[in-house]
Design a protein. Structure first.
Length: 134
């Protein structure tokens, strides 16, 4: 496993992009809407990892709910794995609980699954696997 990205929930994606372009001294390299998550993302490359800004596209988004409860800030840490299904099985066998029962499509051409933060010291952990194209 390696850190793929750190997800940061933001109220205003355009304003946050401007801020992070200055902080990281690099442009946003990709914006993407993930309809299944009701979120728009913006990515920044930072060495071998990325920063992902997450803005809600509707009030039904988990990002909207997160910001309403906790305010803007770090939402999750994502670890890239080679075989998501095997990692889910391994962690379930270790007693961990997942928020979603099956992997779902995520941003950046990934399949994703989230560990419930109650079983990971209060931190939302995303496991992600690159979608392989033939």
């Amino acid at each position: 496993m390696q850190i793929d990205h750190i997800g940061i929930a933001v109220k205003d994606l355009d304003a946050a992009i401007e801020i992070y372009e200055k902080i990281l001294d690099t442009p946003c390299f990709k914006r993407e809407t993930v309809e299944s998550q009701k979120v728009e993302t913006a990515f920044f490359q930072t060495g071998e990892s990325k920063v992902e800004l997450l803005g809600a596209t509707s009030t039904g988004s988990v990002i909207h709910s997160f910001i309403e409860k906790r305010g803007q800030g770090i939402h999750h840490i994502a670890f890239e794995v080679n075989d998501l299904d095997s990692e889910i099985m391994r962690l379930r066998n270790e007693g961990f609980t997942f928020i979603n029962n099956e992997p779902v499509p995520g941003a950046d051409k990934k399949r994703i699954a989230f560990l419930h933060p109650k079983c990971s010291t209060g931190v939302l952990i995303e496991l992600c696997e690159s979608i392989r194209t033939p």
